[in-house]
Write a protein that binds this ligand. Sequence first.
Ligand code: ZN
Length: 516
Amino acid sequence: MGKGGSNIGRPTPVLSPMSKVQVRVPAPLRSFTGGAPVTEAEGATVGEVIRHLVEEHQALEKHLYGTGGELRNFVTVYLNDEDVRHLKREATPVRTGDVVSIVPAIAGGAPAEVVRPAGRPTPEVGLSADEEDLGLPLTADQLRRYSRHLLLPEVGVKGQRRLRTAKVLLVGAGGLASPAALYLAASGIGEIGLVDFDKVEASNLQRQVMYGTKDVGRPKLEAARDRLSDLNPDVVVRTYDHRLSSENALDTLRPYDVILDGTDNFPTRYLVNDASVLLGKPNVYGSIYRFEGQASVFDARRGPCYRCLYPEPPPPGLVPSCAEGGVLGILPGLVGTIQATETVKLLLGIGEPLIGRLLLFDAMSLRFRELRLRKNPDCVICGTHPTQTGLIDYPAFCGISPETTTEAPGHAPEISPEALAARLAGEDPPMLIDVRNPPEWEIVRIPGATLIPLPELPQRVTELARAREVVLYCHSGRRSAQGTQLLLELGFTHVSSLTGGIDAWAQKVDPTMARY
Ligand code: ZN
């Protein structure tokens, strides 16, 4: 191993065994090293490697070293992701195969002569054909609006015109779609399609930043169109006021270049995946739950699809929706922004897309992890011998938004809010069981109820009097229907589920009650 090098960064006269390492060059310095993000250099220590790199690319010297020959203090150096500069360990020996990363401070901008790489090859053509029709030249307004894009060689005028011809469909107009739609519109995507049929609710505003307080009660598509048109009047916004189904999915997706999956339920996710595979379109995936998020790009032509990852939806009730489980409001902002980033990269044909990679994000530890995904040769829709050649509707059973949950599994008996109110006010009122989770109970509850969260119900049936009538309620009526079904199977006879849950109760019986 190499000795010497205690003199920070200076070349040592000692000819020690040379290791060949990879050096990650930061974007502002790549113009001096041929433009590639990773280059190779030899040396026995971290300091030697950097010195050799500088000898090969002398213009780097003044950026990396001060007049005294020391590494400048706004440059950090990592060896295999460990910071070695702050520990004054440039003498740290390196081995062949190690990775040295140079990371300078970045203030959010850089002088033009530093960012413009020399001799960079033109980015590969994106989704459009070779002889693409990019339409009219950019107008003076557009040149001004997109100037920060035009300065990037990877985008430039041609890339901006390509974005202007691009069409992106966002399925869902909620938490993930909000930042994605805003950034895509700001980026100058020519046409943005939105599929949704909800109205803006006050509980959406914690994360669905496309909407404002004044929009509460309005259809999301209407509010979104106003906001996106205000942000960028050039963008054509097309709206689809329907639930995606096997009947309409292919026609809805067909005109678009990229599909962005911002849905909150499994049936729609599978439908978006299947339709994207059948149409040969990239499906930019994102999902969120509590403090965790996932993102990937499913493009069956170049990698796995969503069903390669998850061949079947999870069993009913295993994965709660945001309405039941909660979600950190910022989380869809992060994941939706990643989706928008991948979308723009796909359209421009630049960078390395998230194809074949599943990005996992944990806000609590603030860590990103990445898993490699492989195409499943037996995948029913994108495998070598696909058995599914059309679309199917998955039953609506999990991760569903609350207002769509009237079908009770197995036809559990129901009681309307009005009827329950009358029974509770009368003689011999029924025993009222709240099967929601404790945080929901803290927000609001029906007076006189007992909390037994659905997962605990099987163990706590002894607390229920079989002779008495029992009414179960939850937020929307779905979990209580499951609970009712369970009690019927256990031999209870006088048991029913509150139709529409506490949300319907708040609307029909007690309008002063908080809704969530
Ligand atoms: Zn597949």
